[in-house]
Design a protein around this ligand. Sequence first.
Ligand code: C5P
Length: 397
Amino acid sequence: MLHGKTILLIIGGGIAAFKSLDLIRRMRDEGARVVPVLTKTAEEFVTPLSVSALSAEKTYRDLFDLTDEAEMGHIELSRAADLIVVAPATADLIGKMANGLANDLASTLLMATDKRVLIAPSMNVRMWHHPACQRNVATLKSDGVLCVGPDEGNMACGEFGLGRMAEVPDIIAATSAALSDGPLKGKHVLVTSGPTHELIDPVRYIANRSSGAQGTAIASALRDLGAEVTFVTGPADVPPPAGVTVVAVETAREMKEAVEAALPADAAVFAAAVADWRVASQSGSKIKKKDGALPVLEFAENPDILASVSQMEKGRPPLVVGFAAETDQVLEHATAKRLRKGCDWIVANDVSPETGIMGGAENAVTLISEVGAEVWQRMGKTDVARKLALRIADEIA
Ligand code: C5P
């Protein structure tokens, strides 16, 4: 995907800059030319010598370096690139970008370009959650800047949380997606996936057997067609795909909130196996075993996320796709479900135990829309995902 492409890599001054050295190598392995730019603070973390050695290019550092201007002015430097990647994107760089400041080479390049920009934020968890940073990131996203990460985990400063720079394979995947001229380029697609866990008490929950495999494959296929994908996932067995924005949730109610926060979208695919009921009598402490006495669970109905999005009066995604996992009378039930929920398409499948579909590698689906039902032969979940992604592209691209 990166073959023959020129990537202008702006390395900001954060501890994650050491990962950018590996990023340069991986981008070059994928066939890209990587032109590196270091901010002043980045030089405190990695040296221009290492960066040049790995990129086999001059490392650009200073706006007022006359030799650089003679060789290649800052306008020219950004004009020659197919994509600008900022990794790590520090809170400072993000703030400058969002506010149009241009007082050094990196920020000037970012102002002087009309190319796509992908940022990989990296900072302390509190800096990331600071309203100013969140405001700046939201501004950048609405300006069309792409964002990969940050991830959650241990931080160099000893804290834990969101703020770690995305891993190199994720940045590579996001770079490929940003460079792809796929039919879904510039489109935002929301995908829900996996089961939900409904808590009984702090240590017990009710779940279902969804592995998240089909939803994950759909998110990957949409990404490969160039879409910007928000992937809202319950606790699944398979890891989420690289190069998509992952929002991990546990319960149906958290999933609904995450879905609403991810809108607007050009299309939404609801592949999650959302629990229909939650435990109304959820206990705040672990329910103790008492001799002879059995606990009684009372249930309450969960919100129907698909139905509520399908029936939105304002801001409804132009294409809403639901899934129907049925064990009998698949077609009848799924057709009725499409009308009841108000979605545009239903992807129906038979999850009777003898089909081996739930948790398996294959799927046999029927696509139901306003115009009727279309039976797809049994195929791998990845192929189902590709076929569905192409159909979505036909519809909204
Ligand atoms: O009603 P049922 O669960 O069979 O419908 C399946 C479809 O509805 C799936 O697309 C699923 O993701 C979605 N759904 C939902 N919220 C629920 C229940 C199901 O989004 N609470």
